[in-house]
Design a protein around this ligand. Structure first.
Ligand code: P6P
Length: 330
């Protein structure tokens, strides 16, 4: 039986761009993983421990918070706040960033439980995290410290709570995946170089919004629907789980295109998904796996954020398809 490599061991021994992983970053990633291990058990218990349904509160996004949203947010804050290398954290569930005890090099941003509308119907959900290099480590934390483009990420990943609890992680030198061994509580390495095929026959988008999309997206999707009868000369398959972590995990696992584009329902909002703790970490993973990620006009990780909770149009996945989408937006 091949030896099992656990996350902690992997972080101790691997190199990213020829350099060992800084101890502080290792500690932070282990703290996130340990918290997600606890969260995996909470999610799996669901109704058995009265955790389904609304918390009766709203978040900064104006969304109704599910009980598990609040629990996940609190668990992550508790799990990482003593990490010495952490200078501050920000969450989808909180309006402002939060200083922590550490005074180190890193800023942690997360969507504690993405896809939470799926909690009550037992569909996969997940935790998304992004770790930024703080640009002025010694100065006191400012809210503006978080407004860095995705190119400043030291690491990014997600943990999907599905049939398996699986983590995808990038440290800037490829993408690896680990699955939680419930018997030992350890994340065990299952893939050491995740690669997205440049071509695909599978796309993911919420088709009910079709009449609201901009023309380039309509054109792309209609060509996919035309299949062999149209210009693409191949048939496509469609998936939509309505849980970004699950949809992106599929793209990382077997290729494909994930889209949540701008639409005219809220014309003044660039999109539904958030740049800092959804689009940027997912884009880092996808680019590191050989894919591409755009808002139609710009590479997502090049976007200079103006606000912690700003939204963005997202199209990511197999490189040739994303390049086609970008050409339609030109
Ligand atoms: P819709 C979940 O609420 C989420 O933020 C993403 O995880 C998911 O991709 C999207 O919204 C689903 O949105 O409009 O299809 O319900």
């Amino acid at each position: 039986m091949s030896t099992k490599i656990h996350l902690e061991q992997y972080l101790k021994t691997t190199k990213a761009k020829g350099a060992s992983i800084p101890i502080g970053l290792q500690e932070l990633l282990i703290a996130v993983a340990n918290t997600c291990t606890t969260l995996s058990d909470e999610v799996a218990q669901g109704a058995l421990i009265g955790l389904l349904g609304s918390a009766g509160t709203g978040n900064v996004q104006g969304e109704v918070q599910q009980k598990l949203d609040v629990i996940a947010n609190d668990l992550l804050i508790e799990g990482v706040q003593e990490c010495k290398a952490l200078a501050g954290l920000a969450s989808e569930e909180m309006e402002l960033p939060m200083p922590v005890q550490g005074t180190g090099d890193y800023l942690l941003l997360f969507d504690p439980l993405d896809g939470s509308s799926n909690i009550d119907v037992n569909v996969s959900i997940g935790t998304i995290f992004s770790i930024l290099h703080k640009q002025n480590p010694i100065a006191a934390l400012q809210n503006s410290d978080f407004l860095l483009s995705g190119r400043h990420q030291a690491a990014a990943g997600y943990v999907v709570y599905g049939p398996q609890t699986t983590m995808a992680l990038t440290l800037g030198d490829g993408v690896v995946m680990f699955t939680l061994d419930k018997a030992t509580g350890q994340f065990v390495l299952i893939k050491d170089r995740v690669e997205i095929s440049p071509t695909t026959k599978e796309f993911a988008i919420n088709m009910s919004n079709m009449r609201h999309w901009a023309e380039p997206v309509r054109r792309y999707v209609l060509e996919c629907l035309d299949g062999v009868t149209g210009t693409r000369k191949k048939d496509f398959n469609m998936r939509w789980i309505a849980s970004m972590v699950a949809d992106v995990h599929r793209v990382l696992s077997r290729g494909g295109v994930f889209m949540y584009p701008w639409d005219q329902r809220e014309p003044n909002k660039p999109g539904k998904l958030r740049l800092m703790y959804e689009a940027n970490p997912m884009s880092f993973l996808v680019e590191q796996a050989g894919g591409a990620s755009t808002n139609g006009k710009q590479v997502i990780m090049d976007i200079q954020p103006q606000d912690l909770h700003e939204r963005v149009s997202v199209m990511l996945g197999s490189k040739e398809e994303i390049e086609r989408l970008q050409s339609y937006h030109a």
